[in-house]
Design a protein around this ligand. Structure first.
Ligand code: ZN
Length: 465
């Protein structure tokens, strides 16, 4: 009887514990293993080495080009050497855009050259270029409210400044002008368009980036380029004299038929629930001007460095499958992300959580999630293990990286390990995005956080939706 009572009490106790504190997401043994991963990451510079290797041996890797194909080859070899399983390329087609000549100058009243770069997807001015008077607007919205008579036959200049912030919050607004200006300008009869670079640097590097994909053939868009910030300042000063300012622009990019791209995938297959997937992403392609070190060589180094630690430090793999997805063709419109969501639609209900590293190599400072309300305690237990790295628990409205857009929309739980992006948009999409910008210590902190996070969500029995 005493025994029965005791058993009953134990039963009640554990039921109570389950109802009150579903924080069994992380056991003490799991915490100990995660701490071991955190410690190992401090003595391992594999993430940094991988960024060096990619940016040196492949360099720039524009979507759909031979260079991006070499990046896929590089990734397949690295995943195999690290010992991941099911290493494969999932191919898809992507439209190709190649940069040509790019020259800008003020013709009058103060003749001098301007530092510009064509925006991805832009049409060409032809070799003869486009020369016209400049009409300036302080925002895309101001251009959208302009009349045809103000704009027709002119070169539009949108002079809107992007705000610097730790979490890159200014980018969402700033990028709108890059996406739409060529098309709005075309509708109003402009001959070309210039924007102040979407970026925060005051150095003389122009920031490229994709325009909105033109839908109909009728909507080709005028040729469009970005001015380096000091050149936007200079043009604005010239306009400040109140006299007509004429600019000449020669950009000769080519739009080519679709070519091959692909996502490179490798897995640490789960020992108990292999069908349950923890997706960890980064993107393999980059813009053509720099060597894609902060965008997104860093992310590639971080997720592969973390996968390597898990493979080498744990006596056995985690319960669930960790799937590393190195997306192709992110920069030109998240084409790889779309292909992944389409190819793996049937599997998405088994995607336990997804995360992506695509914000440079700054320290991670916040842990945001997007999970069911009643699963918040479980996620908090996981976030807690990362606290010693200086990572605070954030909100539950994580958006994840750009390649997670479709998964998020299809209900896959998301985690964002937010990095300090104070200087990210100084280098982003410029010729100055090179390996020397990677901070090795901060990269190690990222690898540590990703390794512990990947292990914990793959080991726990907790679900997040
Ligand atoms: Zn990126």
């Amino acid at each position: 009887m005493k025994l029965l009572l005791a058993l009953f009490a134990v039963g009640l106790g554990s039921m109570y514990a389950e109802a009150q504190s579903p924080v069994s997401a992380v056991t003490p043994a799991m915490t100990a293993t995660a701490n071991q991963l955190l410690a190992s990451a401090r003595q391992d510079n594999q993430g940094y080495e991988l960024v060096r290797s990619l940016t040196t041996e492949v360099g720039p890797r524009l979507a759909g080009t031979e260079a991006e194909a070499r990046a896929r080859q590089w990734a397949v070899e690295k995943l195999q050497v690290l010992g991941l399983q099911n290493v494969r390329v999932e191919p898809f087609q992507v439209p190709v855009w190649l940069r040509g000549v790019e020259l800008g100058e003020i013709v009058s009243p103060f003749p001098q050259s301007l530092t510009i770069t064509a925006l991805g997807g832009s049409s060409s001015t032809g070799k003869q270029g486009a020369e016209a008077e400049v009409v300036v607007f302080d925002s895309l919205s101001a251009l959208q409210h302009a009349s045809r008579i103000q704009v027709e036959g002119k070169i539009v200049f949108i002079d809107e400044v992007m705000v610097r912030s730790r979490d890159g919050a200014g980018y969402g607004l700033a990028v709108q002008k890059r996406l739409a200006t060529a098309y709005v300008s075309e509708q109003l009869g402009a001959v070309a368009a210039l924007i102040r670079s979407v970026g925060t640097s005051s150095h003389r590097f122009a920031h490229t980036g994709q325009m909105r994909q033109a839908g109909a053939d009728a909507e080709v868009g005028v040729p469009m380029a970005a001015l380096a910030a000091p050149d936007a300042d200079q043009l604005k000063r010239a306009l400040g004299y109140g006299k007509p300012v004429t600019v000449k622009l020669v950009i000769t990019p080519q739009r080519l038929p679709p070519a091959s791209s692909g996502n490179v995938i490798g897995e640490i297959v789960g020992r108990e629930a292999p069908q349950e997937i923890v997706l960890v992403g980064a993107h393999l392609d980059s813009w053509d001007l720099g060597t894609g070190a902060v965008d997104d060589g860093a992310g590639i180094g971080i997720v592969l460095g973390a996968a390597k630690l898990i493979m080498q430090q744990l006596p056995q793999g985690p319960r669930r499958t960790i799937r590393v997805v190195l997306f192709g063709a992110e920069e030109v419109g998240t084409v790889g992300a779309k292909a992944y969501a389409r190819e793996h639609a049937a599997e998405l209900p088994d995607h336990i959580v997804a995360t992506e590293s695509d914000f440079g190599s700054g320290d991670i400072w916040r842990f945001d999630s997007r999970v069911e309300e009643e699963k918040l305690l479980q996620m908090a237990a996981i976030a807690k293990v990362l606290e010693p790295l200086g990572i605070a628990r954030g909100n539950n409205t994580a958006r994840g990286g750009p390649d997670l857009k479709y998964l998020r929309e299809m209900g896959v739980p998301i985690v964002s390990l937010l990095q300090d992006g104070q200087d990210y948009f100084d280098f982003h999409h410029t010729a100055d995005d090179t390996f020397d910008k990677i901070a090795p210590r901060a990269l190690d902190q990222n690898v540590a956080a990703y390794a512990a996070f990947m292990y914990l969500v793959a080991e726990t029995t907790a679900e997040f939706r």
